[in-house]
Design a protein around this ligand. Structure first.
Ligand SMILES: NS(=O)(=O)c1ccc(C(=O)O)c(S(=O)(=O)NCCc2ccccc2)c1
Ligand SMILES: [Zn+2]
Length: 266
């Protein structure tokens, strides 16, 4: 079985036993209390800027706690906003809940969204590897995009979702080269909140500069159901068909404490 996960016996409230960083003062996610957000002039003229390839080869893998697309981010770049260096895209993944009224990791004035997309980047200007960057306070930059239920399928996400039936069990992966328009996985508005936080999964390193967009993108109920069909156990684990389904994989918010929450955008 997994040494950590999202069930009652291995979920977020138990993580600190094996992963002491999870009990730190710079943890993620947090509730975004919009009344605490300061609109900081140092951000206003530094728009978040990204460039992602339109066609690239990807690997989607079932990590046991969700799906993850590894991007081999050679010609990717994220800069501006709260970032002082250029970061490269390493991977992206998603968090969701068992029902549509929960699932995001960050919340806004206590409101949860149905899911949250994370694009994980690392500071390749300052550090020589993702692993090294993940041990530094400014090592990673994660973009968080809220997802709400809409009537239509999300066409870009559909390219990923169509591969999920091939990775139902933990450890399975699928190589695919598809042209993914990352731009459409991000909202139109660049309005965002930013704060210093951590990985939201063990080992919960406090190495992330978080940027959470205010405007959600949409995903259909059917597409979200496909996420929930993933299993947290391997093919060899003989369990009942309904058992081991990854119906939720989000960490609830941790206290912001005395961290600054900055807001930027129109
Ligand atoms: N929600 S989050 O953005 O914080 C996040 C979630 C999952 C993962 C992951 O390991 O797949 C990651 S990761 O790709 O950054 N890996 C973190 C664990 C790790 C640290 C150092 C080296 C390898 C893996 C991040
Ligand atoms: Zn995540």
């Amino acid at each position: 079985s997994l040494d950590w996960g999202y069930t009652d016996d291995n979920g977020p409230s138990t993580w600190a036993e094996k992963y002491p960083l999870a009990a730190g003062a710079r943890q993620s996610p947090v509730d975004i209390d919009t009344s605490k957000a300061t609109s900081d002039n140092s951000l206003v003229d530094r728009e978040i800027d990204w460039s992602y390839p339109s066609n690239c080869s990807y690997r989607i893998v079932n990590t046991g706690y969700g799906w993850r697309v590894d991007t081999y981010g050679d010609d990717t770049a994220l800069s501006g906003g709260p970032l002082s260096e250029v970061y490269k895209l390493e991977q992206f993944h998603c968090h969701w809940g068992a029902t549509n009224d929960e699932g995001s990791e960050h919340t806004v004035d206590g409101k949860s969204y149905a899911a949250e997309l994370h694009l994980v980047h690392w500071n390749s200007e300052k550090y020589s590897s993702f692993k090294e960057a993940a041990s530094q306070p400014d090592g990673l930059a994660v973009l968080g995009v809220f997802m709400e239920i809409g009537n239509a399928d999300n066409a870009e996400l559909e390219k990923i979702i169509s591969l999920i039936p091939k990775i139902i069990h933990k450890g399975q992966d699928s190589q695919a080269s598809f042209d993914l328009d990352f731009g459409s996985l991000l909202p139109e508005s660049k309005h965002y909140w930013t704060y210093l936080g951590s990985l939201t999964t063990p080992p919960c390193n406090e190495c992330v500069i978080w940027t959470v967009f205010k405007e959600p993108i949409t995903i259909s109920e059917r597409q979200l159901e496909v996420f929930r069909s993933l299993k947290s156990v391997g093919e060899e684990d003989a369990i009942e068909p309904e058992e081991g389904k990854l119906v939720k994989n989000y960490r609830p918010p941790l206290p912001l404490g005395n961290r600054v929450l900055r807001e930027c955008g129109p």
